[in-house]
Design a protein around this ligand. Structure first.
Ligand code: ATP
Ligand code: MG
Length: 556
């Protein structure tokens, strides 16, 4: 599947144009939008796009945005999700003007349904869910009218009230709109408005046993709140006539308009909450905030910043196509851009190999100067200890190097970043023949910054001083899912990458000892890392790699 080419961040979009026209023509006094998540899971980066769009559009016109929990399905919803959603929206940098629960409007929705019955626009139907599906017809054939369609208003009022009182079992009856079973739009063929569900609701408890369907509840919620522009994803485009029908027939004072935009999909990523929940429930990940998850909380824990996520959402813009898939590398591009000037540089050895510098005085420790961020001098300098014993990266040494290998091998000289040239003199092995230590010599003339020009070396490697180094755990991630266009395919568990997490144990510089959860660093040659908030303890720092340093991805 081809990935979409991002449009420019500043580009206008069709919803913005409509809003400007509506204000100019006096159709609305102010712009009111809402972000309406169902609290049945954690928010993901697709939701971030909807959040940015709603809040930023309203903001641009000096309007307001509500956070509304669309909690009309008691079986799947939970207060844990409510809390996480609030936290994520705030973390992304947005603040809602008002907070609503759709369930707070149940009484009003019920009253409007009674109005529909009185007007002969709704009826209680005894068909089963399966019978309703079977009589709905197809794209080419009209549906069949229900035998209960012509019940009298009195009978409907009585039955609907008894539905509310709990006199019927789940599935025994529904309330349906009376529209047109021959409509070319299947959504208009007497859609179900209310179903019976004897379930405990996270907000209303056991007060209700009938619950409104999304297509009935959503337009009413918008209208009750005074939303002017109701922005949703493309799959609801066909539901728009029903949306308008509900607002009109329920005689709502405020008449919101629905507008659609394309969902955000990323390569190598599953996005639907249902699939993400499955990964959590089947313990394929370490919870909703596992750094491999595309959830806001997972991205936060991995080390993403709100700025990077917002930039991605701006860059992809508002496209009116349904199946656009954005390259996940684009997200990586924006976090590199954001951290480039912010993150302090440091050295870390992920797979340590001990090096003893035999001609360096025993017991001596010298402090070397290094920039905190060479791309941002204002961040100042730091001091790094250097002594006779250091760790280097295991794969920066090869006993029998291939041609073109410029790092350490017997007899070869390399530069230690910020320090001296060292030369490998001797290789120490254990009984099994594994390399366990290198003996090197250093040249005091070659100190970094001394202006030494005597000779050149081809390789520069990183290191940490052994006696002061802090042990650390490094978690390196690969995509959780290996597929370019996940949302299209239903089965995805077979696409889960078995090698999505690699855990290494090594060392970081002594000056990292005060690092706190969510502190971010650029580790020389390894990439950007975030201090993990869940696994880091006072004794052990745990780092999540956010992203490696290089990418071939070109944005413009
Ligand atoms: P999912 O299928 O992942 O469960 P949903 O649409 O059911 O998503 P809701 O909680 O109902 O999730 O969504 C809240 C808002 O976020 C809706 O307006 C929805 O259109 C929007 N949204 C959800 N997924 C995406 C996405 N991938 N891209 C853009 N907007 C999205
Ligand atoms: Mg949903």
């Amino acid at each position: 599947m081809e990935t979409t080419k991002p449009v420019s961040a500043s580009s206008s979009n069709y919803i913005k144009t409509i809003m400007a026209e509506d204000l100019k023509a006096g159709r609305v006094k102010e712009i009111v939008t809402r972000f309406p998540p169902e609290p049945n899971g954690y928010l993901h980066i697709g939701h971030a796009k909807s959040i940015c769009l709603n809040f930023e559009l309203a903001d641009e016109f000096g309007g307001r945005t509500h956070l509304r929990f669309d909690d009309t399905n008691p079986l799947k919803e939970d207060t844990e999700y409510v809390e996480s959603i609030k936290e994520d929206v705030k973390w992304l940098g947005f603040d809602w003007e008002k907070l609503f629960f759709a369930s707070d409007f149940f009484e009003e929705m019920y009253n409007r349904a009674v109005l529909l019955i009185r007007k002969g626009k709704a009826y209680v139907c005894d068909l089963t869910a399966e019978q309703i599906r079977e009589t709905r017809g197809t794209l080419t054939e009209p549906g069949k009218e229900s035998p209960y369609r012509n019940r009298s208003v009195e009978e409907n009022l009585d039955l609907f009230e008894r539905m509310r009182k709990g006199e019927f079992q789940n599935g025994e009856k529904v309330l349906r709109a009376k529209i047109d079973m021959a409509s070319p739009n299947i959504n208009m063929r007497d859609p179900v408005l209310y179903r019976i569900s004897h379930a405990h609701h996270h907000n209303t408890g056991d007060k209700w046993c009938i619950y409104p369907m999304y297509d009935y509840a959503h337009p009413l919620e918008d209208a009750i709140e005074g939303v002017t522009h109701s922005i949703c994803t493309m799959e609801f485009a066909d539901h728009r006539p029903l949306y308008d029908w509900v607002v009109r027939e329920c005689e709502m004072e405020c008449v919101p308009q629905q507008y659609e935009f394309g969902r955000l999909n990323l390569t190598n990523t599953v996005m639907s909450k249902r699939k993400l929940k499955q990964l959590v429930d089947e313990k394929l990940v370490d919870g909703w905030d596992d750094p491999r998850m595309p959830t806001i909380s997972g991205l936060r824990r991995k080390g993403y910043t709100p700025e990077a996520i917002r930039e991605l959402c701006r860059e992809v813009g508002v496209v009116k196509t349904n199946n656009s898939v954005v390259d996940d590398k684009l997200l990586e591009h924006f976090i590199r851009e954001d951290l480039k000037l912010k993150a302090p540089r440091t050295m870390a050895v992920l797979q340590p190999l001990k090096v003893v510098i035999t001609n360096y005085p025993e017991g001596q420790v010298e402090m070397l100067d290094a920039e905190i961020n060479p791309e941002n001098e204002a961040m100042g300098t730091r001091q790094i200890p250097f002594s006779r014993e250091i760790y280097i990266e295991r794969d920066d040494f090869m006993e029998e190097p291939p041609k073109g290998y410029h790092r350490l091998f017997p007899g070869n000289e390399v530069r230690l970043k910020h320090a001296y040239f060292i030369k490998c003199e001797e290789v120490i092995k254990d009984a099994d023949g594994n390399v366990v230590e290198l003996r090197c010599t250093y040249d005091p003339e070659t100190k970094s910054g001394s202006g030494f020009t005597g000779r050149k070396v081809k390789g520069t490697i990183h290191w940490v001083e052994a006696t002061s180094a802090k042990p650390a755990e490094f978690r390196l991630y690969e995509p959780l899912i290996l597929d370019d266009n996940m949302e299209e395919s239903e089965s995805f568990l077979d696409k889960v990458n078995p090698n999505s997490l690699e855990i290494l144990h090594g060392y970081v510089e002594d000056n990292m000892k005060n690092a706190k959860p969510y502190d971010k660093f650029q580790m020389f040659r390894h990439g950007y890392f975030n201090v993990d908030p869940k696994h880091t303890t006072t004794d052990k720092l745990v780092f999540n790699r956010i992203v490696s340093l290089k990418s071939s991805f070109q944005v413009k």
